[in-house]
Design a protein. Structure first.
Length: 248
């Protein structure tokens, strides 16, 4: 039997404590309404204090049979690209930045793996230290994540979609990085799009999409929503709060 509802968790950015708290809310909701799939829209790593803990928590949960989906994101791909080749450049990243730039947060990720001061040392030395300390299973896990997931009339993705293209034809770079052309698109997509990537204050329903990145990377909360049929709810300590469409 298919679950009647699906949960989605926003951009985590190395905040294991917030992730555990959100899963506690989901567990309480499931105890009341029944089991459901949980989709995490990516950005497991960077900026926060415990990226390694977040990756391990989700990787182990899936290995134990949890009904979870963990999607690929731009930050997670930046991590694996650096580990493969520290000179590689992600096409979605502005050329003046690298993964170790303070605004991107790769240094904090490596710190959680025991590689200190990554932004202040020669890249070759940092990379050599990272190869010794970052478990290959974590990198394999991140690299193998799907870029999107669909449940009936809802598509879950990290950043968004290119309007006019079916989800199966979308380029991964758009799914992980897109803003322009997606955020300002007012017409319906092929399904309701649930995404993160663009930090806002609280989960917001725009009619054709729902943004659930509530700025955990910048000191905000980590948010979860639950979708049941055509209804969307913000999951809070007080339970489900209806999330109704707002105008663009």
């Amino acid at each position: 039997m298919q679950p009647r509802h699906t949960y989605a968790v926003g951009d985590i950015h190395g905040h294991l404590d917030l992730l555990r708290g959100v899963h506690d809310l989901i567990d309480k909701d499931m105890a009341r309404y029944g089991a459901g799939k949980v989709v995490h829209v990516g950005d497991l790593v960077d900026r926060g204090p415990d990226s390694r803990g977040v990756v391990g928590y989700l990787r182990q949960g899936l290995a134990q049979g949890q009904d979870w989906i963990v999607l690929k994101s731009n930050h997670d791909r930046l991590f694996t690209m650096f580990m493969d080749d520290p000179k590689a450049s992600d096409p979605g990243l502005r050329p003046e930045y690298s993964w170790l730039h303070p605004k991107i947060g790769g240094s904090e990720t490596l710190e959680s793996y025991g590689v200190p001061n990554a932004a202040d040392r020669p890249v070759a030395k940092v990379h050599a230290d990272a190869l010794e300390r970052v478990p290959q299973e974590d990198l394999d896990f991140l690299a193998s994540r799907p870029a999107w997931h669909r449940v009936d009339g809802v598509i879950f993705v990290h950043a968004g979609v290119r309007p006019g293209l079916p989800i199966a034809e979308q380029a991964e770079n758009d799914l992980l990085w897109i803003r322009k052309g997606f955020l300002d698109h007012a017409d319906p997509f092929e399904a309701l799009i649930v995404h993160g990537h663009t930090a806002i204050n609280a989960p917001t329903h725009y009619g054709n999409r729902v943004n659930i990145d509530s700025s955990a990377a910048y000191g905000g909360p980590l948010s979860a929503i639950v979708i049941e049929g055509a209804d969307v709810f913000h999951l809070t300590i007080k339970g489900r709060v209806p999330l109704r469409p707002e105008s663009q």
